[in-house]
Write a protein that binds this ligand. Structure first.
Ligand SMILES: O=C(O)c1cc(=O)[nH]c(=O)n1[C@@H]1O[C@H](COP(=O)(O)O)[C@@H](O)[C@H]1O
Length: 286
């Protein structure tokens, strides 16, 4: 991919289109609600309707890979088309795959999702740092080389995440050091080190759920985007974002899937629902 780094492209997209990220999550139950069959043809109709409804107005679309993989290779082919069509209609695509593996295997994931010419390459992907932040290095390097971005799981929106993510480690990489910080804070700090000096924003983002409430996470030095899933279906609303993010709210991409998608299958109703949430978020941030 040529041109500006992901952090710069995202900043421009949010300035033009607002901060809402809409998830494309073709749950079987949503296919039922939309009157579509639970097969590849239903999946394709669902996903392309989402692209038609959102890709011209919303800054970031986030297809969730699992719902496409569930249909095998033909489902993955639909995902490839969603990525290509959404990007050509002007949206950035954040592919939600939450990949994480030992470094040498991570290099293959980087090839799949972050390399020019790969049919699954998106503008950014979600990754898991729970094999050690350093295991993500091949993805960080490939993203930097190709102008793409990563969103690293830090403090996830699900209640089960806290047990691992609030555990204390004794240094930034889990060894040495004194005092102890949380696992989530060590992830924040390591992402911040990669973003230092980038302008207007680094390309290594984090995931911090909109549902987590007030935390002691210090996000002030991140200099990168913050994906905040959990709006709507998981119970968070626009007003919760200020409590979670405080001063770094301008770097937040609030994300919603089911709460918007339930307005389908009508394209106009879907688009209106997304624009309504986007405008509510903008009003709450003022
Ligand atoms: O990385 C994510 O997007 C993510 C991280 C997280 O902490 N929580 C979370 O819900 N997600 C994803 O965000 C989407 C949430 O969908 P809704 O709850 O329907 O808005 C799903 O695709 C989740 O996999």
């Amino acid at each position: 991919m040529s041109g500006a780094p992901f952090g710069a492209r995202l900043t421009e997209a949010v300035a033009a289109r607002g901060s809402l990220c809409v998830g494309i999550d073709p749950h079987p139950g949503l296919l039922d609600q939309w009157g579509l069959p639970r097969d590849v043809s239903g999946l394709e109709r669902f996903a392309l309707t989402c692209v038609e409804a959102f890709a011209g107005d919303i800054s970031v679309l986030k297809p969730q890979s699992a719902f496409f993989e569930a249909y095998g290779s033909r489902g993955v082919a639909v995902l490839e088309r969603v990525i290509a069509d959404a990007r050509s209609a002007g949206a950035l695509v954040l592919l939600d795959v939450k990949r994480g593996d030992i470094g040498s295997t991570m290099a293959a994931y980087a090839q799949a999702y972050l390399s020019d010419g790969s049919p699954l390459a998106a503008d950014a992907v979600t990754v898991s740092p729970y094999l050690g932040f350093g295991s993500l290095d091949p993805a960080i390097e490939e993203a930097a080389r190709t102008g793409r971005g990563l969103f690293v799981l830090a403090r996830t929106s699900n209640p089960e995440g806290a047990g691992v993510q609030h555990a204390k480690v004794s240094g930034v990489d889990g060894v040495g050091g004194v005092g102890g910080i949380t696992v989530a804070q060590s992830i924040v700090d390591q992402a911040a080190a990669h973003n230092a000096g980038a302008s207007p924003l680094g390309s290594i983002g984090l995931v911090v759920g909109a549902t987590v409430g007030r935390t002691d996470l210090d996000l002030s030095a991140l200099n990168g985007p913050l994906l905040a899933p959990g709006l709507g279906a998981q119970g968070a609303g626009p007003a919760d974002l200020a409590a979670v993010f405080g001063d770094v709210l301008p770097a937040v991409l609030p994300a919603s899937a089911r709460d918007v998608l339930r307005h389908g299958p009508d394209v106009t109703a879907l688009r209106s629902a997304a624009l309504r949430v986007r405008d509510e978020l903008a009003a709450a941030a003022r």
